[in-house]
Write a protein that binds this ligand. Structure first.
Ligand SMILES: [Zn+2]
Ligand SMILES: [Zn+2]
Length: 206
């Protein structure tokens, strides 16, 4: 498994390309803009992107979805509870962001425990609500992609409509920090971390 991080868009949301180096099949997680940068990387590595998977429906994570779909013809997958968000620029906040309104129809509505298969890899969908109702984390091998749920040293905001501080803490404590200490964590913004580091140092999880 290879993981490429491309901070994209005006809010520097991390877009991750995760792929199987044998088959070159992969997924793109959260293309938040700067589609040309993402496509250049896909071309450089000669990847076949099968799915565009969204950790949640916020504008800063989805602004590049349509451009990337046009190029890759990949299927767009989002948790069913954030489906209404990607269809509505007011709900996904893009109508109030600098990139302008982003609205599209997802191809696949995800649920807890779903497996997204590509190459010899599979991504397990872990429903981690709190930042948004349909927020997910993805477990692929020893890597955990946490979107805006868990950051290095912090957690996602819960002051949006539909957010819940209680839910995000519950999601992290019952579904994320239960993974082995050496699990690598790739958040929606900022640098990577590990479960062990977050258990030890994240002030929200003490
Ligand atoms: Zn967000
Ligand atoms: Zn974000």
């Amino acid at each position: 498994m290879e993981i490429i991080r491309i901070p994209a868009g005006i809010y520097a949301a991390n877009c991750y390309l995760v792929y199987d180096e044998d088959t070159k099949e992969g997924i793109a997680i959260d293309p938040g803009g700067d589609v040309d940068d993402i496509i250049n990387k896909i071309q450089e590595l000669d990847l076949d992107i099968k799915y565009i998977v969204l950790t949640h429906g916020h504008g800063d994570h989805i602004a590049g979805v349509e451009g990337l779909k046009d190029y890759t013809n990949a299927k767009i997958a989002v948790h069913k509870d954030d489906g209404p968000m990607v269809r509505d620029g007011n709900k996904n906040l893009s109508s109030r962001m600098a990139m302008g309104t982003v609205e599209f129809e997802p191809d696949i509505l995800l649920d807890e425990g779903d497996l997204i298969k590509f190459g010899n890899l599979s991504a397990e969908v872990i429903h981690t609500p709190g930042h948004t109702p349909g927020g997910i984390s993805l477990k692929i091998g020893d890597a955990l992609f946490t979107g805006d749920t868990l950051f290095a040293g912090s957690i996602g905001r819960t002051d949006f409509e539909g957010s819940s501080f209680e839910s995000i803490i519950n999601s992290i404590k019952t579904k994320l920090i239960t993974f082995p200490d050496d699990t690598r964590v790739f958040p929606g913004h900022g640098p990577a971390t590990t479960i062990k580091r977050e258990k030890s140092y994240n002030p929200f999880l003490r």
